[in-house]
Design a protein around this ligand. Sequence first.
Ligand SMILES: *Cc1c(COP(=O)(O)O)cnc(C)c1O
Length: 360
Amino acid sequence: MSRIFNFNAGPAALPQTVLEEVRDDLLDWHGSGMSVMEMSHRAEPYKTIAAEAEADLRSLLAVPDNYKVLFMQGGATGQFAVVPMNLRRDKTSADYVVTGAWGKKAIDEAGKYIAVRTAARPEGDAFNHIPARESWTLDPGAAYVHYTPNETIGGVEFHWTPEVGDVPLVADFSSNFLSRPIDVSKFGLIYAGAQKNAGPAGLTMVIVREDLIGQAQAACPRIFDYQLVADNDSMLNTPPAFSWYVSGRVFKWILAQGGLAAMEALNQRKSDALYTYIDGEAFYSNPVAVTDRSRMNVVFTLADASLDKAFLAGAQDAGFAGLKGHRTVGGMRASLYNATSQAAVTALIDYMKEFVRTHG
Ligand SMILES: *Cc1c(COP(=O)(O)O)cnc(C)c1O
C-alpha cells in the first residue's frame, strides 16, 4: 500500500491514523458484531458515538452553552437556502459580503428566500482580495450578514472576524472549519460541510445561537428547520451516520494533536513555507493580496501556462494528487488542510524547484 501526498480541495485528505482506526473497527465495532454503517441510529451504541462527537466538537471550538450544534445533510450548498429560510424572521433582507465563487453561489440561492443586498464585493470577477471593512455598506435592519471566511477556489481567507454590530453574523466555514481557533460567540451561525477539513462527505455541521431559531418560514422542509433538528438531537430522520462517526474520530485526532491552536500553528507553518517559496521564485506566482491569502488553499500559476500539463503529469508521477486548479480559474491549487503534513508540503516545494530546474 502506498499513500499519496494528497492536496485535494474536497473531499480531501483525512488523518491516516483515523482511517486505520475506522478500518480496524469496520467489521466489528467494539464487540458489537457489526459495522457502524449497519447500526440503528436510535439505539446504543450509536447514540453514544453521536453524542461524543458533539461533545468533542463543542470542546474543540469552546462552543458556548447558548448555541446548538446540528449534524445535517445537504452540504454547504443546502445551507445557502436553509439559512435564509430559517433566519429571515420578521426582516425583509439580508446582507452578503462576496469575496469569491462560493459567496456568489450563496447569494444566488438565498435570493429565492429573502431579498439580498451585496454589502461588499471587489470590482469585477478577479477575486483576489477582501474589501476593507470601512468600505462595506451594512444595513442595520438586515436579518443577518453572510460571508465566506475562506474562499476555496480563489484562495482568499479572512484572518479577522468582521464586526457587524447587532446583526447576526453568518459564516460559511466549509473550507477552514477547525483549521484555527475562532470565537463562536461573535457569530449568529456557522456552517461547514465535513469533506474539506473534518471528515467524509455527507455531513454538514451547523452551530447556531438559540435565540435565532424557531421562526423558520412555513415552506421550510422539516428536516431543514433548525429548531426541529435541534429538538430531535439531529435525528429527525436518519442522519449521515457513518460520516458523523468518522468526523467524530477526526475531532478526537485534533484534540490529541493539541486542539485548534496546534492546527493553526501547523497550518501557518505549511502555508508560510509554500508562499515564501512561490514569492521567491519568479516562475510561480500567486495573485492574492498578501494579507488575504488562504492558509488552506494555496493557488498559483506557472509563468508559462503551456507547461501546466507537464507540471501536473510530473506531479502525478512524483506521488502528488489534487494540484489542478479549479476548472473555472485554471492554474494550480494546493489544499493544505489539517491532515496534510509538513512533509507533504516540503516534498511539493522540492518538486516545484526541480520543475523550474528542468523547465524554467
Ligand atoms: C466546498 C464548498 C462549498 C460547497 O460545499 P457542498 O458541501 O459541496 O455543498 C460551499 N462553500 C465553500 C466555502 C466550500 O469550500
